[in-house]
Design a binder for this molecule. Structure first.
Ligand code: MG
Length: 260
């Protein structure tokens, strides 16, 4: 009896400890796979297969883009359209009529996040796309995005990025602990700090125009990310400056530089 109790206790403790350890195992290697890892594979961008490839490569993060259909479903896709259908103007059911090139259905943000939550190594970089219809619709997408992440209990997996400053502010209003980075490249680090952003994620060319922003951001405790960095010389420049993240279509190349 005593032995059985001890055995049960030890199994429970092991379960708790392993669960705890898993939560602490998100990778730290700067490599963010842009739209998942797809370029060296047959996988379409923003597919669950490209997310899984980023996970299998051991990327720190997998970035994905989110739009809202006319009937309010959040879907992962880079462009405003899917196979000629404007996502904001059609229903999710209409999008399903055209599968991705690998046969997957266009993933909902929910499906994408749930897939990411099956592991604890690669985080999910959730880009909230500005609405082409109205600013208000962008705000609604921001609200629904934060609600979805909350419902799924996915906060630990998610960093947000956006080109729309007001979408970033909306996310922070709803979840002041959220990590939100700004993409457009027209704000100095001090603005982002003042407004509660996590950092910036600027185009590599914007950073070359304003290289001092890297140190400024770092001295303010902001994170530095850059997109979309596919040239080896740019990767090396950013690594030398010890940026936090590098967003690339070629994670394999970046890993080969980091591991040299
Ligand atoms: Mg994106």
């Amino acid at each position: 009896m005593i032995f059985k109790t001890l055995l049960t206790l030890s199994l429970v403790c092991t379960g708790i400890l392993s669960g705890h350890t898993q939560n602490m195992e998100f990778l730290k290697n700067k490599v963010i796979a842009h739209r998942g890892a797809w370029k060296a594979t047959p996988h379409p961008q923003n597919s669950l297969a490209s997310l899984q490839e980023a996970i299998d490569l051991g990327c720190e993060g997998a970035e994905f883009d989110v739009w809202m259909t006319a009937d309010g479903v959040l879907v992962a896709n880079h462009d405003a359209d899917h196979e000629g259908m404007l996502i904001e103007e059609v229903s999710y059911a209409q999008l399903l009529e055209k599968p991705l090139s690998n046969g997957e259905k266009i993933p909902t943000a929910e499906a994408y996040i749930k897939h990411g939550m099956t592991q604890h190594q690669t985080r999910l970089i959730f880009e909230i796309k500005p609405s082409g219809v109205s600013k208000a619709r962008g705000q609604e997408l921001a609200r629904k995005s934060v609600e979805l992440v909350r419902e799924l209990g996915a906060e630990k997996w998610i960093d947000y990025i956006t080109f729309d400053y007001d979408i970033g502010l909306k996310v922070l209003e709803m979840d002041p602990n959220a990590n939100v980075a700004y993409l457009t490249g027209d704000r100095p680090p001090a603005d982002l700090k003042k407004d509660g952003f996590f950092g910036f994620d600027y185009n590599i060319n914007k950073l070359k125009e304003n290289p001092h922003w890297i140190k400024e951001a770092q001295s303010l405790g902001l994170t530095v990310n850059s997109w979309t960095v596919n040239k080896e010389e740019d990767m090396r420049w950013l690594l030398e400056q010890e940026v936090d993240f590098i967003t690339t279509d070629e994670p394999e190349k970046l890993f080969s530089l980091i591991r040299q």
